[in-house]
Write a protein that binds this ligand. Structure first.
Ligand code: DGL
Length: 284
């Protein structure tokens, strides 16, 4: 039996935040795994990128974005941003002791460990995520014998934001970033490459072109959605089906800058149309 307070919060939406629109790849996976749930998504587009900023600044931004979502009423927070997941969890747990928080690093680490038969794992991420070594720490917890190499591929964020995900220029950038990373695995390359940033799934086809055959790509979105589903079930927080209407949940979008750009660029990551009228501008 779950407590009365769990029952009364189960109808609330799940809060999701990211530095911008990239986290919509995580929202897409969440909606697929939990179609009856309602979501609030906040993209801190005014302050993107987080990946080039200091850990202290990103942790402060994460507290501010979370405040907006908590004020609306949420039952669980998903940090869809890898950079924020790598630095903000302790501060959020302290500020909101009762709020379950799921980041993307731990689910991503679990996913790549499961897909690395020889324990050889390459990780690409933003400057901030690489600097904090959060993926290495999480991977080594599951696979202490793993061989891990990481590289910041920060330019991929700007390219994906511009919609530049294919073509010779993008391939040249990918080759320049990834060739030295692959060379760190002399025995036939890594088992897998972790896409440790919200924007990188959009570049997946191009990345695959420059990788040796057999290297699988790991995207944490789906495993994060699985973790959220498990967490909600364990805490008795799944939305009661009687409140689910026709079965599909709602999504409300918030951005800290230009809703028009959020909707236009967001479609690339969400994979479905997004109207500017669906996006509310908020000030932190
Ligand atoms: N959301 C960020 C991440 O996953 C990428 C964009 C940024 O640098 O803000 O790390």
């Amino acid at each position: 039996m779950h407590s009365d307070s769990a029952t009364s919060t189960a109808h609330l939406p799940i809060g999701v935040f990211d530095s911008g629109v990239g986290g919509l790849t995580v929202l897409r996976a969440l909606k697929k795994a939990l179609p009856h749930e309602d979501f609030l998504y906040l993209g801190d587009t005014a302050r993107l990128p987080y990946g080039t900023k200091s850990g202290a600044t990103v942790a402060r931004y994460a507290l501010q974005t979370t405040r907006v979502l908590v004020d609306q009423g949420i039952k669980l927070l998903v940090i869809a941003c890898n950079t924020a997941s790598s630095v903000a969890l302790p501060g959020l747990a302290e500020a909101y002791p009762g709020l379950p928080v799921v980041g993307v690093i731990e689910p991503g680490a679990r996913a790549c460990c499961a897909r690395a038969p020889h324990g050889r794992i390459a990780v690409i991420a933003t400057n901030g995520t690489v600097r904090g070594a959060a993926y290495q720490t999480a991977i080594l917890r599951h696979r202490p014998e793993a061989t891990i190499a990481t590289r910041s591929t920060q330019l991929f964020v700007a390219l994906a934001e511009e919609g530049w995900t294919h073509g010779p220029e993008v391939e040249a950038v990918a080759e320049r970033y990834l060739a030295p990373l692959m060379a760190e695995f002399p025995e036939g390359g890594p088992d897998c490459l972790v896409l440790g940033c919200t924007h990188f799934p959009a570049m997946a086809e191009t990345i695959r072109k420059v990788l040796p055959e057999g290297v699988c790509l790991v995207d944490s979105a789906e495993t994060t959605a699985e973790s959220v589903a498990e967490e909600l079930a364990e805490r008795g927080l799944l939305k009661p089906r009687a409140n689910s209407g026709d079965g599909s949940g709602s999504v409300r979008f918030f951005a800290t800058d230009d809703p028009e750009r959020f909707a236009r660029v967001g479609e690339i990551f969400l994979g479905t149309p997004l109207a500017v009228g669906d996006v509310t501008l908020v000030d932190l």
